[in-house]
Design a protein around this ligand. Structure first.
Ligand SMILES: [Zn+2]
Length: 107
């Protein structure tokens, strides 16, 4: 017999930790993307695009589709923003995205 093999439980725990770490990194990256934080809202031309856009996002943890949990209008730092709270039906992961509505300028 060679070296003792790690138990399935040890392997599962290590995998869990690795996945947690990866999810944490993906969440950190997502906060830097447009829409990931109130400082960097994604800009849309009309409010009707918000939920379409939000629904195109995937869970940061398991890549499943997200459902829109809440859709709020909030004033953050003096700016009127739309805040969409998403939840993953598969793993329960949550994601919040921020939007600024900026209608195209009429020429
Ligand atoms: Zn998920």
């Amino acid at each position: 017999m060679g070296a003792k093999k790690p138990s399935p439980r040890t392997i599962r725990r290590a995998q869990g930790r690795a996945l947690e770490k990866l999810a944490g990194q993906r969440e950190k990256l997502a906060r830097l993307e447009a829409g990931g934080s109130p400082e960097h809202p994604a800009t849309l031309e009309s409010a009707s695009q918000i939920e379409v856009h939000a629904r195109s996002l995937r869970c940061l943890r398991c890549d499943a589709a997200l459902r829109v949990d809440e859709h709020l209008a909030q004033t953050i730092d003096g700016e009127r923003l739309r805040v969409v709270k998403l939840a993953c039906a598969a793993c329960g992961g949550r994601r919040t995205v921020y939007f600024r509505i900026a209608p195209p300028a009429l020429n």
